[in-house]
Design a protein around this ligand. Structure first.
Ligand SMILES: [Fe+2]
Length: 227
């Protein structure tokens, strides 16, 4: 039976750290102008030539917008708004590690399934980021895993950002990188807009590990396991 978990919900960026440390996932209400998110979802439907990862047990396509690629695109204002919210949250966590880093807005499309869908729309994983900020997706399906190993679905409404702590924040400040996945709830196309907040590559996550080296190491690992 599906378990629905009600996430802690806050309305100020500086109120995020306490519940984030506790649960790894928090809803932040009203941090971005929702018209920007709606514009981005409309623009997402017109994108072509997605990246696909056929070797992963995922069923998604995506486009990445770093700062440069976002400039002048329909995603520029959303990138800026999400970056600003992320920097406020991280300042409240006590770190400036993301200032000046190049983040990624992922425009993610989960196609409508044909035939037998793969088990997950996105397989269980943790994000390599400091934080991930994700405006409410077009349909639900996100699930998170508790410290006890129980998977529960979580819901976000228009107006809300789902904030979750990633591996870099775990290494840097001890917040838990929270496992999550995306499952089928309805056999329809789904869009989401996760914003991956990175640390500057020279930031020391631990005494002998820079963020740049860690990112490279994890991406190599992912590529080798997805073959
Ligand atoms: Fe993720």
């Amino acid at each position: 039976m599906k378990t629905l978990l009600t996430l802690p919900s806050v309305t100020r960026a500086d109120a995020v750290p306490a519940p984030l440390r506790e649960t790894g996932f928090v809803l932040l209400d009203g941090a971005v102008d929702w018209a920007l998110v709606e514009e981005a979802y409309a623009a997402a439907q017109k994108l072509t030539d997605p990246v696909t990862e056929p070797h992963l047990p995922d069923d998604k396509e995506y486009w990445h917008f770093g700062r440069k690629r976002a400039e002048g695109s329909p995603f520029a204002r959303l990138y800026a708004a999400l970056e600003s919210a992320a920097l406020e949250i991280l300042a409240a966590c006590g770190t400036d590690a993301a200032i000046g880093a190049d983040h990624k807005l992922r425009v993610c499309r989960y196609p409508k399934p044909e035939g037998d869908p793969v088990p997950y729309r996105a397989a269980p994983h943790t994000d390599i980021t400091l934080l991930t900020l994700m405006p409410a997706a077009t349909v639900s399906g996100l699930e998170i895993q508790s410290r006890e190993g129980v998977w529960s679905s979580v819901e976000a409404k228009p107006g809300q950002l789902v904030v979750n702590s990633g591996e870099m924040l775990e290494l840097l400040l001890g917040y838990r990188a929270t496992p999550h996945r995306v499952v089928w709830e309805e056999p329809v196309e789904r869009y989401s807009l996760p914003f991956f907040v990175q640390a500057r590559s020279d930031v020391l996550l631990q005494s002998d590990l820079t963020a740049g080296a860690y990112l490279k190491q994890r991406l190599t690992q992912l590529r080798s396991t997805s073959k």
